[in-house]
Design a protein around this ligand. Structure first.
Ligand SMILES: *Cc1c(COP(=O)(O)O)cnc(C)c1O
Length: 468
């Protein structure tokens, strides 16, 4: 069969509250054109993030029922620990309430002022937690990862030649560890090849530097390796995962991604004395080492989710739905980051709206118009999020790229939902020349994209106040 189907039946549903364009125009105006300020009840299809938004399976809900909430030594912890040990091959398993808590504990144990932590690309919380220790977070993306229009099978790779130079100059004294993010979140989950993981691992071993993987989307990455890397087509996903993590000294994980859970994370390694120090920090802010800030029921949901995410039928469906969305809108003329990654499609708003200059925030226009057109919530990843502002003159500088991210929650939407997304995006594309830009009327000094208020610099097709 050529048709790839959702490998699940639905037996518990949540209604979507339908809205009209006129209603959406009013709601968007009330939210000051910032989708983060919308109520999720007013959104039809929510593509804001794939984090913590997965639908859980019947087996995960059964795990929730059996969750044991003992303060110490809960059987739920031992089931969680066994799942992580078996899948990733690390002995020391420290549960945390999210990925960033694992990061904070790892970096505050290993890093200090003057240190450098290289990565293919640090995720924003990873970078912030490295920098909070006084160390520098250094991104070394591969050259093929930098051009959005050029397809390449492994755009998430690290530039290993540059890593070799950095290690030559600063290791081991100034490099407490090297990180590698799989998949590389930047650019919508571009995968890292096993060959690149192996090369990074060898370089770290030569220089006596620990090597950690940011494992958030480890299963999606493993499936890309199976599909795209020579020698892996016949290997099972659990085997590929075990091989990948056997090359590392440890990992940090957010179970809100490939844990198929709504909350949770962990830090894992084979270093017992390091784990002892980490557990002391864990007790300070997260909790006792057999729950680490999570309820026993959350540990059960993660233990089941980590096994379900390795199923090939699920991964085939997952990557197919992201690819389908990307290919369909690209075929309709919408410029996207190529090829589509594991969890998201990125629209290139600068190329879609060349008549809107970067400082008039073309990504914000796309985000506002997709909500008006179809009740779809996406997120701007451009000048609103990454532009800089001179604190004295107030002068704005644009970001390097103007992107809009469409992140697909796991197991939540069906093929007809994706068809609806495609139709809404192509409807907007057809009238792209009639839209203009936006300006910011209110903003905070840090992470402004969450709370900024905007005003359109053009007349929206449906006006909220006129009731059009
Ligand atoms: C989400 C994410 C994190 C942080 O995890 P949280 O659970 O949100 O704290 C770290 N790295 C990557 C690549 C992520 O996607």
């Amino acid at each position: 069969m050529k048709t790839i189907i959702e490998p699940f039946r639905i037996r518990s549903v949540e209604p979507i509250r339908m809205t009209t364009p006129t209603e959406r125009a009013r709601l968007l105006e009330e939210a000051s054109y910032n989708p983060f300020l919308l109520r999720s009840d007013d959104v039809l299809l929510d593509l804001l993030t794939d984090s913590g938004t997965s639908a859980m399976s019947a087996a995960q809900w059964a795990g929730i029922q059996r969750g044991d909430e003992s303060y110490a030594g809960s059987p739920s912890f031992y089931r969680f620990e066994a799942a992580v040990q078996e899948i990733f091959g690390f002995e020391q398993v420290i549960p945390t309430h999210q990925g960033r808590a694992a990061e904070r504990i790892l970096f505050s144990t290993l890093c200090g002022p003057g240190d450098i932590v290289p990565s293919n690309t640090h995720f924003d919380t990873t970078r912030a937690n490295v920098e909070a220790t006084g160390a520098r977070a250094l991104d070394l993306p591969s050259p093929q990862g930098l051009d959005p229009a050029v397809p390449h099978p492994f755009k998430g790779d690290m530039d290993a030649d540059r890593l070799a130079e950095v290690l030559e100059e600063h290791a081991p004294d100034r490099i407490p560890l090297v990180m590698l993010t799989v998949t590389n979140n930047t650019g919508g989950g571009q995968p890292v090849s096993m060959a690149n993981v192996r090369r990074v691992s060898e370089l770290c071993a030569q220089h006596g530097v620990p090597f950690y993987i940011d494992a958030c989307r480890f299963a999606e990455n493993a499936y890309f390796i199976k599909l795209r890397e020579e020698g892996y087509a016949e290997r099972s996903i659990p085997e590929i995962v075990r091989e990948l993590f056997s090359l590392a000294d440890g990992c940090t994980m957010s179970a809100k991604k490939d844990g198929l859970a709504n909350i949770g994370g962990f830090l894992a390694s084979n270093d017992e004395s390091l784990a002892r120090k980490e557990k002391n920090l864990l007790i300070l802010t997260e909790g006792f080492p057999t729950y680490g800030g999570l309820a026993g029921r959350d540990l059960e949901a993660i233990a089941v989710g980590l096994r379900e995410v390795l199923e090939e039928d699920y991964l085939e469906y997952r990557l197919a739905s992201v690819r389908y969305l990307g290919e369909r809108i690209a075929a309709g003329g919408v410029p996207i980051m190529q090829p589509p990654g594991g969890h998201a499609v990125y629209i290139d708003a600068a190329r879609l709206l060349p008549h809107v200059p970067p400082l008039e925030l073309p990504g914000q226009t796309v985000v506002a118009e997709l909500y008006l057109e179809g009740g779809i919530r996406a997120v701007e990843v451009g000048t609103v999020m990454f532009g800089t502002r001179d604190s004295e003159t107030g002068e704005e500088s644009p970001a390097a790229m103007e992107l809009v991210r469409l992140a697909l929650p796991r197991r939540v939407y069906t093929q007809s939902h994706v068809d609806y997304m495609v139709e809404a995006i192509l409807n907007f594309h057809a009238r792209r020349e009639s839209v203009g830009g936006f300006r910011i009327v209110e903003q905070e000094p840090v992470l402004r994209h969450f709370t900024a208020r905007f005003e359109p610099l053009y007349e929206l097709a449906v006006s909220g106040t006129s009731g059009g």
